[in-house]
Design a protein. Structure first.
Length: 271
């Protein structure tokens, strides 16, 4: 694999969207800005090198790592999948290369590429890309994220990958909760960025819900859960979840805010 394809993941893990937001302890705002500049330069250099080799569209994923590169001028594509031979395919017979739905059948492989204009998070770095991409090669399916290098700008958009964790509720509406009564269990949630889902417990009922997560925004279109009756903080927890519009992640503390910017829920990372 070519070295420039992946950015410096350490820096990406430290920076969220915007210009100065930090998701791990750094010495100062100046340090955060410095890190952001480094990452932005890495993205710009990577995309520049790809463009210089004629790549118009790039997509990549992990588990296993793979990368798709399409050159619309030379009408060619290449697919590199870790552990497998690189596929170099000519698209010269195609009058129009449709990255949204591309099917190829030849002696080398049967390939289908589908793309959706849907914000997609690269789980390895947290970078937000404008396309969700699925490639199928000889029946094997690989999912990832992509972008058009001829139209995409190099503004860094990164969702902090530290969200991928288990979070325990500590406060509602800015007030610390009391869990000294051992019969009351703490609400907890686990965020899965790759699938855009959250699972967890209200302290009594279990839930699994879809999530819409952006650089600063987070919401839950529905919140299905089991229907046991129980005491504790379930009611205020669910109310806070339904009101949530934005989030802030800092110093291992996750805060949810409503549309007015008021903190509705606060969580701590579970070790």
């Amino acid at each position: 694999m070519k070295q420039f394809i992946r950015l410096l993941p350490v820096f990406l893990l430290m920076i969220s969207c915007g210009t100065t937001e930090v998701t791990k302890d750094v010495s100062s705002t100046d340090e955060a800005s410095k890190q952001l500049k480094i990452v932005s330069e890495q993205i710009e250099n990577r995309d520049k090198q790809l463009r210089e080799t004629g790549v118009d569209f790039v997509a990549y994923g992990s588990e296993p790592f793979w990368i798709l590169k399409i050159d619309k001028v030379k009408k060619s594509l290449s697919i590199e999948i870790m552990g497998k031979e690189t596929l170099n395919i000519s698209l010269a017979s195609m009058e129009y290369i449709d990255i949204m739905n591309l099917q190829i059948q030849n002696s080398k492989a049967d390939i289908q590429i589908t793309s959706q204009e849907l914000s997609c998070i690269d789980p390895a770095s947290g970078e937000v890309l404008p396309y969700k991409v699925i490639i199928q090669v000889d029946g094997d399916s690989y999912s990832g994220c992509g972008k058009d290098l001829r139209t995409s700008n190099v503004e860094l958009k990164v969702i902090p990958t530290q969200l991928n964790d288990i979070w325990a509720l500590v406060a509602v509406d800015g007030k610390e909760l009391d869990f000294s009564d051992k019969s009351i269990f703490r609400p907890m949630l686990e965020i899965h960025l790759k699938d855009m889902k959250v699972i967890g417990t209200t302290g009594c009922n279990n839930f699994q819900a879809n999530a819409i997560i952006g650089c600063e925004k987070i919401s839950f279109p529905s919140f299905p859960m089991t229907q046991k009756y129980c005491p504790g903080y379930e009611a205020v927890f669910v109310k806070g979840i339904t009101e949530t519009a934005t989030y802030k992640l800092e110093n291992m503390k996750l805060q949810f805010f409503n549309k007015e910017g008021k903190e509705v829920l606060r969580f701590k990372k579970v070790d």
